[in-house]
Design a protein around this ligand. Structure first.
Ligand SMILES: O=C(O)CCC(=O)C(=O)O
Ligand SMILES: [Fe+2]
Length: 329
């Protein structure tokens, strides 16, 4: 007599599918996994208690040091206490060496392949627009905006999305973020981006991502450079205003380019004596920040190399702003 296999919960099914995608390395499995990460979000009735971020309770981490004006930690010492210390000191935390050189090389080549297939409309595992049948109106207009600013939705490349989440799991970032939230994480389809910023991009405005995602949200962004960039290099990095728990700066006025962006005058005013920081990033260095950090792509004249990076906005699954289009980690 045979017994039926035990039924899996939607989450167990997802984890099984994710492990299978890793082993099978098949186009169809990658594509269906992206969709499943979204569908499963809606199938779970109860994500558990939405516990608060743990930052209030944590003792400062000695491993975090202020280096060149900004809280910094080595990847080996990344912890929830380090995140709390970084956010309370600089409104962000620079992590040196989060991804290793081989992983950065693979992800960088994956971005080239994904953008190539997107630009040539060659559909497959590297380019398959997410949710075309789901009527996410906002994704359509944002796709065009992303293309102009040198990026692409990570969910539009099933193969890259798998590589990227796999890299975050292996380096320990995903586990630390889930401990920080106190539960399972989900990421946003609208706010996971593969970046290849042109060196001659003329201009990018200051912004706080909460200005368009929502101001009362619990989130953390992991931005990871995959190529050398920033101050003293030939490639655009990220400029940051390293102020803890900053208020929202005025948007859409004093020469700001968009209704959600902040003018340079207002950014300098917000930075005050602390000043704007222009970090230099090596491949694999990252920065963690929240919806309140004021930042911009560091464009300037005379740069000659494109800059590769990953941007990923994480949320507690128990407390996900649905407008951001969830995918379970
Ligand atoms: O990569 C960039 O230049 C911009 C990224 C950004 O704005 C973000 O990660 O929130
Ligand atoms: Fe941003």
């Amino acid at each position: 007599m045979t017994t039926a296999p035990p039924e899996r919960t939607p989450l167990e099914g997802l984890d099984f599918h994710a492990a299978h995608a890793e082993n099978a390395d098949l186009e169809a499995v990658d594509a269906s996994l992206v969709r499943r990460r979204h569908d499963v979000f809606g199938q779970v009735d109860e994500w558990g208690e939405a516990v608060g971020d743990v930052d209030q309770d944590l003792a400062p981490s000695d491993a975090v040091q202020v280096i060149e004006g900004i809280a910094t930690v080595d990847a080996a010492n990344l912890s929830t206490a380090a995140i709390a210390t970084g956010l309370n000191t600089s409104g962000c935390l620079i992590i040196r060496g989060l991804l290793d050189t081989d992983t950065c090389g693979e992800l960088k080549a994956g971005i080239d392949r994904s953008l190539h297939d997107r630009d040539n409309q060659e559909r497959g595992r590297w380019y398959a627009p997410f949710g075309e049948d789901l009527n996410f109106g906002e994704l359509e207009s944002e796709r065009a905006f992303s293309q102009n600013s040198g990026s692409m939705f990570a969910v539009d490349s099933p193969r890259m999305f798998r590589s990227m989440l796999g890299a975050y799991r292996r380096c320990g970032l995903a586990g630390t973020v889930e401990r920080w939230f106190g539960g399972r994480a989900a990421v946003s389809a609208r706010k996971c981006a593969l970046w290849r910023v042109r060196p001659d991009l003329p201009f990018a405005d200051w912004h706080q991502d909460g200005a368009f995602m929502g101001r009362s949200i619990r989130t953390i962004n992991s931005w990871v450079a995959l190529s050398t960039c920033g101050a003293g290099t030939s490639s655009p990095g990220m400029d940051l205003v390293p102020i803890p728990k900053m208020d929202f700066a005025p948007t859409g006025i004093n020469g700001a380019a968009f209704e959600w962006s902040v003018s340079h005058t207002d950014a300098m005013e917000a930075a005050g004596e602390v000043g704007i920081v222009h970090p230099t990033f090596s491949p694999g260095d990252g920065v963690l920040f929240t919806e309140r950090l004021l930042h911009r792509t560091a464009t300037r004249e005379g740069l000659s190399d494109p800059r590769y990076a990953l941007e990923t906005w994480w949320f507690p699954a128990a407390d996900f702003p649905e407008s951001q289009i969830p995918l379970v980690f």
